[in-house]
Design a binder for this molecule. Structure first.
Ligand SMILES: *[C@@H]1O[C@H](CO)[C@@H](O)[C@H](O)[C@H]1NC(C)=O
Ligand SMILES: *[C@@H]1O[C@H](CO)[C@@H](O)[C@H](O)[C@H]1NC(C)=O
Ligand SMILES: *[C@@H]1O[C@H](CO)[C@@H](O)[C@H](O)[C@H]1NC(C)=O
Length: 269
C-alpha cells in the first residue's frame, strides 16, 4: 500500500517533469501575457508584469532602456487595442491607440518569452509614435483601424502559411532597395494601407520600386497564421534611421491590410 502510493507519487512527478520539458508555447498563454502588458499600460504600472529575473530587456524605439522610465510608467486610456500571437517564436504583437491622454499615442509592442515560458516576459520591444512622427494623427488612424476586421480567419484553407507571411513582410520592407520586390507581393484589390494616418486604397497603389542602397535593418517578426498577419519591427534605414513597425494581413492569399507606425523624432519619446 505504502509502496503503491510512493510509486504513483513518483510517476506523477515524472510525468510532470516530462510535460514541463516539452512545453509548447500556446496561443492562449501568449494572448494572456499580452493582456497583462495592455493592463499594465492602462494602469501606468510596469511593476504588475511578470518579467524574467535572469533575462529581461526593455526596448523603446529601437534603444535598450529602463522600463521604469519608459512609456509603461504613464497610464494611457485606450481607444483601441488588439493582439496577435506567434507560437513558433513564442512572441506576441499588440497595438494600441490612445487619443485622449496628456499626449496622443499609436503604439506597437512585441513581447518575447524565452524557453516557451509565457508565464514570464523576457523582452518588451515598443515602437511608440506621437505628435510629430510620420503622418501622425491618432484620431484619424483610429477611425480607419476601428472599421477593419482583424478577427481570426475561420477557414483554415484561407489562412496564409508562415512562409508566405514572412516573405510578404520582407518583400514589403525590401521595396525601397529592390525594384522588383513590390511585384512579388500578392496585393488584394480591396485592400487598404494605413501609414500613420495616411490612407491608400487599394493598398497596391503608388509603391516604391527601389532607389535606396540601404536595406531596412534590425528586423524582428511576429507571425500569426490564425489571424493571417505578420508584424515586422525594423530600423527604416532606406529613408532614415527611423524606428518602425509594418504589419500586413493576408486572407485567401491576398493582402487585405497594411499598417505602419514610424517614429521620426529620434528616440526617447
Ligand atoms: C517551443 O515550442 C515550439 C512550438 O511548439 C517547439 O517547436 C519548440 O521545441 C519549443 N522550444 C522549447 C525550448 O521548449
Ligand atoms: C533571453 O531572452 C531572449 C528573448 O528576449 C531570447 O532570445 C534568449 O534566448 C534568452 N536567453 C536565455 C539565456 O534564455
Ligand atoms: C469569422 O467568423 C466570425 C463569426 O461568424 C465573423 O464575425 C468574422 O468576420 C469571421 N472572420 C473572418 C476573417 O472572416
Amino acid at each position: 500500500m505504502v509502496y503503491q502510493t510512493l510509486f504513483s507519487t513518483i510517476l506523477v512527478a515524472m510525468i510532470a517533469l516530462i510535460t514541463t520539458h516539452a512545453a509548447d508555447c500556446t496561443r492562449e498563454g501568449l494572448l494572456a501575457a499580452a493582456q497583462t502588458y495592455l493592463s499594465a499600460q492602462t494602469a501606468g504600472s510596469p511593476s504588475t508584469l511578470k518579467l524574467s529575473a535572469s533575462n529581461f530587456t526593455y526596448q523603446q524605439n529601437n534603444k535598450v532602456s529602463d522600463i521604469s522610465k519608459g512609456l509603461l510608467s504613464t497610464a494611457y486610456k485606450f481607444d483601441l487595442s488588439r493582439s496577435t500571437a506567434d507560437t513558433v517564436a513564442c512572441a506576441s504583437y499588440s497595438m494600441w491607440i490612445s487619443t485622449s491622454g496628456s499626449k496622443p499615442f499609436v503604439v506597437g509592442t512585441q513581447i518575447r518569452h524565452a524557453g516557451n515560458n509565457t508565464d514570464e516576459i523576457s523582452m518588451i520591444d515598443t515602437i511608440a509614435a506621437t505628435t510629430g512622427d510620420l503622418f501622425f494623427d491618432a484620431k484619424k488612424t483610429l477611425g480607419y483601424i476601428k472599421a477593419e476586421d482583424w478577427s481570426n480567419i475561420n477557414s483554415t484553407a484561407s489562412r496564409p502559411s508562415r512562409d508566405v507571411l514572412k516573405k510578404a513582410g520582407d518583400a514589403y520592407l525590401d521595396m525601397w532597395t529592390d525594384a522588383k520586390a513590390a511585384d512579388t507581393i500578392p496585393w488584394g484589390t480591396d485592400c487598404e494601407r494605413v501609414e500613420g494616418s495616411a490612407l491608400t486604397r487599394p493598398c497596391g497603389g503608388s509603391l516604391p520600386h527601389g532607389g535606396s542602397s540601404k536595406p531596412n535593418g534590425m528586423r524582428r517578426y511576429v507571425i500569426d497564421e490564425v489571424v493571417g498577419s505578420v508584424d515586422v519591427f525594423c530600423q527604416f534605414d532606406s529613408l532614415g534611421a527611423w524606428p518602425d513597425t509594418h504589419e500586413i494581413r493576408i486572407i485567401d492569399g491576398k493582402v487585405k491590410y497594411v499598417h505602419t507606425i514610424t517614429v521620426m523624432r529620434g528616440v526617447g519619446t
